[in-house]
Design a protein around this ligand. Structure first.
Ligand code: PMP
Length: 406
C-alpha cells in the first residue's frame, strides 16, 4: 500500500524562494530584480487605471452573478483575446479556423496545449524549447509525458541571438517536432528574432512539418505596441501554418493573481477547416472539464470589459505605453551608468534587449555575490527584471554591478 514516507523532498521553486529571501532581508537598500512583475518608479505594484475603471463598471452592474462560466470560458473574452493575438483581420478568424479556450492565465494555456498535444499529436512527440527558456516550460511538458529538447538561442559572445545555431537545430530536429517559440519579449533573455529572422524560422518550420507553439505573455508590454508584439504570430498564420498560442494577460493588464489567459488553436487553411476546428474545440472542452471544469470569472471580465470598449481599449494602450516606456527608460539609464563607471565589458545588450527582462551576462558566482554583498536579488543566471529598477535605486544597482564585475 502507499506510504507517504516514500515521497522525497522537492526543492523550493527558485523564483518564489528568492522572493521569500528578499522579503526577509532587512537591509534598507535591498533591490528586488527577480520576479517578472511590473513595479512603478516607487518599486510598488501598479494597478492599471483602466483596470480600476473596468472594476468600477463591473461592481455597478446589477446583472452580474457568480454562476459558472461556460467550460470554454466567457465568449466575449475569448473572441476578443483571439482578435488581439491574431489581429482582428486575421484570415484564420474570417475562415473560422480558430478555437479559443479561457485558461488559468498563461501557465494554464501552455498546460492545456501540452495536454492536448500529448493526446492528439501524431507520431513520436518531442518539444523543442529555446536554451534558455522560462523554466516552467520544461516541467509543464514533461508532466504530460512530452520529452523536452533544446535549440540554441542565446549567444554568450554577442549576448544576442544565436540565430545560426537556432536554425541549424530546427533543421536537424526530427520532422514534425513541436517548436516552442516566445511570441515576443523572450523570457529570460529579452532577445527576440527580427521579423526577417522570423520569416526564415517560418520557412524551416514549414519545410520540416514542425508544429509551432507560441507562448505570448508580453503582448503590448514589450514595445508598447500591440501589433508590433504579435507580428511573429500574425506572420506564421499568414503563411498558412497550423499552430497554437498560449496567451497571458498577467503582465499586460497587471492581473497577475487573477489568472486571465487563453489558449488558441489555429487550424491550417483547408475546405473542411471549420469542421476540423469544431472537433478540436470539442476535445479541448473535454480536457478542460476534467482539469478545472470552468475558468475563473473576475480577470476575464475585466479584460473583456476593456477589449470590448473602444475608449477603454485606447486607455489600456496608453497604460501599456506607460509601463513599456518606463522600462525602456531604465534600460537606457542603466547602460549609461555602467558605461560611465567604466564597468568592464560591453553593455549595449541592455538596450538591445526588450521587455520585462535583461540577461545581464553576470554569471552565477556574481549573482550570488551581489545578493550577499549588496542585497540585490537576481536569479542565478544573471537575469534581472527591469521593472525592479527605478530612479531611486538605479545608481546603487549600477555601482553594485560594477563592483561584482571587477
Ligand atoms: N510564459 C512565459 C514565457 C512567461 O514569462 C510567463 C510569466 N512568467 C508565462 C508564460 C505565464 O505566466 P502566467 O501563468 O502568470 O500568465
Amino acid at each position: 500500500s502507499f506510504s507517504a514516507e516514500v515521497v522525497p523532498q522537492a526543492p523550493e521553486d527558485p523564483m518564489f524562494g528568492l522572493s521569500r529571501a528578499f522579503k526577509a532581508d532587512e537591509h534598507p537598500s535591498k533591490v528586488d530584480v527577480s520576479i517578472g512583475a511590473y513595479r512603478d518608479n516607487n518599486a510598488k505594484p501598479w494597478v492599471l487605471p483602466v483596470v480600476k475603471k473596468a472594476d468600477e463598471i463591473l461592481r455597478n452592474d446589477p446583472n452580474l452573478d457568480h454562476e459558472y462560466a461556460p467550460i470554454a470560458g466567457i465568449a466575449s473574452f475569448t473572441s476578443k483575446a483571439a482578435e488581439l493575438i491574431l489581429g482582428a483581420d486575421s484570415p484564420a478568424l474570417k475562415e473560422k479556423r480558430v478555437t479559443s479556450v479561457q485558461t488559468i492565465s498563461g501557465t494554464g494555456a501552455v498546460h492545456l496545449g501540452a495536454l492536448f498535444l500529448a493526446r492528439f499529436f501524431p507520431g513520436t512527440k518531442k518539444v523543442y524549447v529555446s536554451n534558455p527558456t522560462w523554466a516552467n516550460h520544461n516541467q509543464i511538458f514533461s508532466n504530460v509525458g512530452i520529452p523536452v529538447a533544446q535549440y540554441p538561442y542565446f549567444s554568450k559572445q554577442t549576448k544576442g541571438l544565436d540565430f545560426d545555431g537556432m536554425k541549424a537545430a530546427l533543421s536537424e530536429a526530427p520532422e514534425r517536432s513541436i517548436i516552442l517559440l516566445h511570441a515576443c519579449a523572450h523570457n529570460p533573455t529579452g532577445i527576440d528574432p527580427t521579423l526577417d529572422q522570423w520569416k526564415e524560422i517560418a520557412v524551416i518550420i514549414k519545410e520540416k512539418n514542425h508544429f509551432p507553439f507560441f507562448d505570448s505573455a508580453y503582448q503590448g508590454f514589450a514595445s508598447g505596441d500591440l501589433l508590433k508584439d504579435n507580428a511573429a504570430v500574425r506572420y506564421f498564420v499568414e503563411q498558412g501554418l497550423e499552430l497554437v498560442a498560449a496567451q497571458s494577460f498577467a503582465k499586460n493588464f497587471g492581473l497577475y493573481g487573477e489568472r486571465a489567459g487563453a489558449f488558441h488553436f489555429v487550424t491550417s487553411p483547408a475546405p473542411d477547416a471549420p469542421e476540423t476546428t469544431t472537433r478540436v474545440a470539442s476535445q479541448l472542452a473535454i480536457l478542460q472539464r476534467s482539469e478545472i471544469s470552468n475558468p475563473p470569472l473576475y480577470g476575464a471580465r475585466i479584460v473583456s470589459t476593456v477589449l470590448n470598449d473602444a475608449q477603454l481599449f485606447a486607455e489600456w494602450e496608453e497604460n501599456l505605453r506607460t509601463m513599456s516606456s518606463r522600462i525602456i527608460e531604465m534600460r537606457k539609464l542603466l547602460r549609461a551608468k555602467l558605461e560611465e563607471l567604466g564597468t568592464p565589458g560591453t553593455w549595449n545588450h541592455i538596450t538591445n534587449q526588450i521587455g520585462m527582462f535583461s540577461f545581464t551576462g553576470l554569471n552565477e558566482p556574481q549573482a550570488l555575490k551581489i545578493r550577499e554583498e549588496a542585497h540585490v536579488y537576481m536569479t542565478k543566471n544573471g537575469r534581472i527584471s527591469m521593472a525592479g529598477l527605478n530612479t531611486n535605486n538605479i545608481d546603487y544597482f549600477a555601482k553594485a554591478v560594477d563592483k561584482v564585475v571587477r
